[in-house]
Design a protein around this ligand. Structure first.
Ligand code: C2E
Ligand code: MG
Ligand code: MG
Length: 711
């Protein structure tokens, strides 16, 4: 705000003047008298901020015309083109022909912006067939220019010199105020409606229109402002909104910065005489920014690109997808030891790992759990995915110098009929159940009746199948990595159903375990495998037959006797068999299992920990289990070539296994490269398609070297 330059004097026809005169307006004679007085006091030019559209008493009007003529060229009256009447018609409001020829005409046109935020004036207006300057342009004697401009509202209108009509009419006392100035005579009484809100001066109600003209005149004296209109700021607002919409989380800092600059811009530009309209841009920007922020808050978790769980509910084609959940069990503890930024990094790393293994990149996060979908797959494949992720999370997350011990439990939902909301909840619940039970993962599937029937059917058919010889045992060779000779074989269940074809052994085992029918299977496999192993041992007395047993078998205190009986029945030394136990945490913690394990050791059989790396077994567990051998899970071995992390994991596993004095066996060796890597790492034995798929004993025996034990 700064004061006016004071070059224009305002003479207000205010209530005080009207009271003194008596009536609603002065007579034309009084106006004429005022003119004389003003010029007598040295006025430069005199402007009437009114139109004189109507004639009054002829005698009075003539007095005014005479005064106009005496000061021809120095007196101006207004005209207002294109005034909208109450009846809707548009007329020009012009001085009455009686006055028109003896006086100059200026335009009083002006435009008020909505909410009194601004006002603007034309430089020129076309009136009576000629371009007439506006009152302000005439006051400023502006020669050039077109269009509308905005007065500088930083000039304090209250400092514009002002006197009352009646004071100017009556006395000589205002000579100093009038002398050498342009004077504008304007209405300001309560009968006038020429009042307007003054921008940025909301404390004062409305201000007589004349002051706007005077502000305009002072503005124009500095030069006609260039008016850029609303487009430039609107355009910038759009650019920023588009930029913000492209990133995951709109930056609050930039939003505030841009918003502030939009509000400051008109003031700064005003200083260099440029006018812009900010409101359309600011309003568009405000709405878009709030909307974007809200959308981001509802959609994404922090800046990680992780979505909110709710956004998963809109996933499409869910019937063709498996829904996974990964819960970081110790998330609270880990995040307590990290800064918020590090927590964000942790989430980002986790996201990268999930993305690396997942073609469908949408990953949501909720509290401590990630949720994502993958195209529907075989249960065993999905389980492989779960096991792999579990191991990767446990070993490969580092944040700066920290290597937090990220413990995960996973859930998988396969109830394809349900809604996405139910399915994400199922998956999260499964992950939570798994965490509570100390398991790596749990699968939830609302068993469709067909499924449940299939389970019962399979169990009832299994017994017949065993009797009918549909169930067989295949043998997959285990190879010594130092000699590359076959040193043993793993017995694997094979069932070829007459109508359904080959049935996945993992599925049979899962169903049998769920219905506590494992003993039948274990017994069958033991019996069948041992009976055939006689051939192999005859050729190579050191041949080791590996038999998978279930955790349920270990809960049976009679299980060691079952093993002993089978060994005796087939006359196989206990030292030729190794029992493979899949590692799960609870087994090792239960006393009865420990007893069974030591009973088995007493018989003289060897123990092996199967699928190592996918379970919860800690080093401490490994130490306590009296195992002779540890089999590194095939998911890591297969991944060794492609991933440094898997390579590292296998290498450290082998070192750890050796440090405990156990034999290291790698499963899932599918090619020469991996075999060479394993040999370099000092792995003892390997098993995999590279050497042989599971085959019959008849096919296997010829491959054995004679009397390898003697060699
Ligand atoms: P496992 O004990 O880890 O057996 C190894 C599995 O990996 C076998 O699958 C085998 O065919 C497969 N495999 C071996 N080498 C390779 C390779 O190079 N590449 C690939 N992709 N796979 C390879 P299978 O026969 O389908 O058995 C699956 C699981 O079912 C077994 O995993 C075991 O946990 C269970 N299982 C099989 N037979 C029995 C059994 O008689 N009793 C029990 N309790 N479980 C069994
Ligand atoms: Mg096995
Ligand atoms: Mg295995």
């Amino acid at each position: 705000m700064h004061p006016a330059d004071g070059e224009v004097l305002v003479v207000l026809l205010d209530d005080k003047s009207l009271n003194a005169i008596g009536g609603n307006e002065p007579s034309r004679g009084q106006d004429a008298q005022l003119l004389e007085r003003l010029f007598a006091m040295g006025a430069n030019r005199v402007f009437f901020d009114r139109v004189y559209a109507d004639p009054t008493d002829l005698h009075e009007d003539r007095k005014l015309v005479a005064a106009f003529e005496r000061h021809r060229g120095k007196v101006f009256v207004g005209a207002l083109p294109q005034i909208l009447q109450n009846d809707g018609s548009v007329v020009d409001l012009l001085p009455h022909p009686r006055f028109r020829s003896s006086v100059e005409i200026v335009s009083l046109e002006g435009q008020e912006a909505p909410f009194g935020l601004s006002a603007s004036f034309p430089v020129k207006t076309s009136i009576l067939g000629a371009k007439r300057r506006s009152l302000s342009a005439e006051l400023a004697r502006l020669e050039e220019g077109e269009g509308f401009y905005r007065p500088d509202f930083a000039i304090d209108y209250a400092t514009i010199p002002t006197i009352s009509y009646i004071d100017a009419l009556n006395g000589d006392g205002f000579r100093d105020a009038v002398d050498g100035r342009d004077v504008v005579v304007a209405p300001s009484s309560h009968t006038s409606n020429d009042f307007h809100p003054m921008p940025y001066r909301w404390a004062v109600k409305k201000v007589p229109g004349v002051y706007f003209h005077v502000l305009g005149a002072e503005t124009l004296k500095r030069g006609l402002p260039t008016n850029f209109g609303w487009l430039p700021i609107f355009f910038f607002a759009c650019v920023i909104v588009v930029a913000q919409a492209r990133i995951k989380r709109p930056s609050t800092r930039y939003t505030l910065l841009a918003g502030a600059s939009f509000l400051v811009a008109p003031f700064v530009l005003d200083g260099v005489n440029i006018s812009v309209d900010v409101m359309p841009g600011v309003i568009c920007f405000l709405i878009a920014s709030i909307r974007l922020q809200r959308l981001a808050r509802n959609t994404y978790y922090g800046a990680t690109g992780l979505q909110r769980i709710e956004t998963m509910h809109e996933s499409k084609m869910i019937a063709a997808k498996d829904v996974f959940a990964l819960k970081i069990r110790n998330f609270a503890i880990i995040s307590a030891s990290l800064t918020p930024l590090q927590v964000e990094q942790l989430l980002q790393k986790a996201l990268l790992m999930l993305r690396a293994t997942n073609p469908d990149p949408q990953v949501a996060f909720h509290k401590d759990t990630f949720v994502w979908t993958r195209p529907k797959s075989m249960l065993t494949d999905a389980q492989g995915h779960l096991k792999g992720l579990h191991a990767i999370f446990r070993t490969s997350i580092t944040i700066g110098a920290h290597a937090p011990d990220v413990a995960t439990s996973l859930g998988l939902d396969r109830s394809y009929e349900a809604s996405m909301r139910e399915r994400t909840q199922n998956a999260i619940q499964s992950a939570e159940d798994a965490a509570r039970a100390g398991e790596i993962f749990r699968v939830s599937e609302t068993q469709i009746p067909e499924d449940r029937n299939w389970h019962l059917q399979i169990l009832s058919e299994l017994e017949h199948a065993i009797l009918n010889g549909e169930v067989e045992v295949a043998f997959q060779p285990k190879v010594s990595l130092s000699t590359l000779a076959i040193v043993g074989a793993e017995a694997l269940l094979r069932w070829t159903h007459p109508t359904r074809g080959p049935i996945n052994p993992a599925e049979i085992i899962a169903i049998a375990e769920a219905h506590s029918r494992m003993d039948k299977i274990t017994n069958f496999v033991l019996n069948r495998a041992l009976s055939q192993t006689r051939l192999a041992i005859a050729r190579d007395p050191s041949f080791m037959i590996a038999i998978n047993i279930s955790a349920l078998d270990l809960h049976d205190p009679l299980f060691p006797f079952v093993v002993e009986q089978n060994l005796a029945a087939h006359r196989i030394p206990a030292s030729n068999i190794v029992l493979e136990i899949t590692e799960t945490a609870q087994i090792y913690d239960e006393g009865s299992v420990a007893l069974t394990l030591s009973a088995l050791k007493k018989i003289g059989v060897q123990l092996s920990i199967d699928d190592f790396g996918t379970g919860h077994a800690t080093l401490e567990h490994l130490r306590r289990i009296p195992a002779d051998e540890v089999k590194i899970d095939q998911s890591f071995v297969m991944g060794m070539e492609a991933s440094d992390e898997n390579w590292m994991l296998v290498k450290t596993s082998i070192e750890m296994i050796h440090s405990l004095g156990r034999r290291a066996v790698a499963e899932g060796v599918e090619n020469q490269t991996i075999m060479t890597m394993l040999r370099e790492m000092g792995c003892d034995e390997a098993q995999g398609y590279h050497f042989s798929k599971p085959i019959t004993m008849q096919a296997l025996v010829p491959k054995l070297s004679w009397g390898a034990a003697a060699a």
